[in-house]
Ligand binder design. Sequence first.
Ligand code: G3H
Ligand code: 13P
Ligand code: ZN
Length: 309
Amino acid sequence: MSLVTTKEMFKKSIDEKFAIGAFNINNMEFVQAIMDAAAEEKSPVILQTSSSAIKYARIPYLKKMVEAGLEEHDIPVVLHLDHGPDFETCKLCVDSGYTSVMFDGSKYDFETNVKLTKEVVDYAHAHGVVVEAELGKLAGIEDDVNVAANDAMYTDPNQAKEFVDRTGCDSLAIAIGTSHGAYKFKGEARLRFDILEKVKALMPDVPIVLHGASTVIPEYVETCNKYGASLAGAKGVPDEMLHEASLRGVSKINVDTDLRLAMTAGIRETFVNSPEVFDPRKYLGLGRENIKETVKHKMRDVFGSSNKA
Ligand code: G3H
Ligand code: 13P
Ligand code: ZN
């Protein structure tokens, strides 16, 4: 099977009330773990690369590794640009064979975000590629700037409808209380499901995306800390809330931090328990196994995407 766009899988997710995992990739072990997990779970899957992942691994490698996975597995796979910062990066990915791009104009004012998003939509659609856009700001620690949760700008549902109508974007990332990274909540985890509900009432057929949706899996945080890491106070979105989001109209759930933790736990554990090991296949191998189990668990027990391929 070749790469697909998100069109059909998002339609199915809305009709059948489940979410599709979008997992960030940076190297071969991540690609293999995620695609092997999706194949075993018979789940559709989105593999996404940020612009810093592109800088690190480079587009031809990222794309060909995903295509290699498609030689082994017959499942619907999307290659997506995560948080495209500008038109040029989105165009580069469209021209390179990505099937989906995100333009993240959330840092701009509303009118500028509409204008820049529409430019990307026009170009991408002319090339058969779908576009995710973002409205509202995620709380938390981004780009080394600590934005207090109080300053977070939740998405305004009415503005969201106007934004989608005017830009023609294919899916919309909304801000309902999540944030990127390993430190999402100081106290209790809380998501604004009331905002999600209003958005879905206004736009039932528009696929909604949740960024910053890692659980920050406590077992992996513990393992990392046990073997020398310093991740005190790390906290994410509990599985139950993500499951609820999947039932209430979120079609795409973004996960990066959990996979980083899974890989790091495997590496740290190997280094401490087996100090004689210096074969990267040993410590990366355990990291890859951890990522695969993590992705399978999310698909099967949280997002509900198993057997939806
Ligand atoms: O949303 C951001 C993703 O976690 C990607 O992070 O830019 O460090 O690759 P990155
Ligand atoms: P996490 O940091 O919660 O994994 O979020 C990842 C994300 O939103 C990628 O776009
Ligand atoms: Zn994100």
